[in-house]
Design a protein around this ligand. Structure first.
Ligand SMILES: [Zn+2]
Ligand SMILES: [Zn+2]
Ligand SMILES: [Zn+2]
Ligand SMILES: [Zn+2]
Ligand SMILES: [Zn+2]
Length: 201
């Protein structure tokens, strides 16, 4: 779903639910989640495509670095995500509806009484019926800073794309460091377990 990042404030429920089912890279709620055939870690479709479209990444997983294929994550799609409830993206325009995950896209693109489109010039969500009028009004159609979902900083429109690419790469590097750390801890714990019985003799 284009232009529809599901941020924390749109998901009904506690922080834990959101954290558990958000994409580790863009930090939005998982949309079309895909998991690695090797390590089973999960990414949203957008982040997965962004990663695999970069030839430098040579079809390896960002997390386990093994040659990998990402497949739609059937378990989440079937048993977890359908139970989440999300506020319509047009809440600021007047829509107070809260939708089950699976109905959200249809609602926002067809059923909503406040159908909106993202203005190409300023990136704001604007009522579809008011879009032309909006773009003629210079005082309304001003490019507003875009907030990076990863680092939470705001950027001017023209700087955003470059920033996001960089921020995205940093996030992956950081995740990899954490994973190395986890692996070391695991090894450490295993080694200790091995040592303990002997040393108690
Ligand atoms: Zn993502
Ligand atoms: Zn992997
Ligand atoms: Zn709506
Ligand atoms: Zn605009
Ligand atoms: Zn950022």
């Amino acid at each position: 779903m284009e232009n529809n990042s599901i941020t924390r404030d749109r998901v009904v429920g506690n922080d834990r639910t959101f954290k558990e089912f958000s994409c580790q890279i863009c930090q939005n709620l998982l949309w079309e989640p895909h998991s690695c055939s090797s390590c089973h870690r999960i990414l949203c479709e957008k982040c997965m495509q962004k990663w695999f479209n970069n030839p430098l990444n040579r079809n390896t997983c960002p997390f386990c670095s093994k040659p990998s294929e990402y497949k739609p994550c059937a378990f989440l799609n079937q048993y977890i995500l359908p139970y989440l409830r999300i506020r319509c993206r047009n809440e600021n325009l007047g829509c107070k509806q809260i939708l089950p995950y699976k109905q959200l896209e249809h609602h926002e693109t067809a059923d909503c009484q406040y159908l909106s489109e993202q203005c190409m010039k300023c990136n704001q969500l604007i009522l579809r019926s008011k879009l032309v009028e909006h773009q003629q009004r210079l005082e309304q159609c001003i490019s507003c800073p875009i907030k990076c979902t990863i680092c939470k900083n705001s950027f001017e429109d023209i700087d955003f794309q470059a920033h996001f690419t960089e921020c995205y790469q940093q996030k992956i590097d950081q995740l990899n460091t954490n994973i190395d750390f986890d692996r070391n801890m695991e090894r450490h714990i295993r080694d200790n377990e091995r040592i303990t019985p002997n040393s108690s003799l």
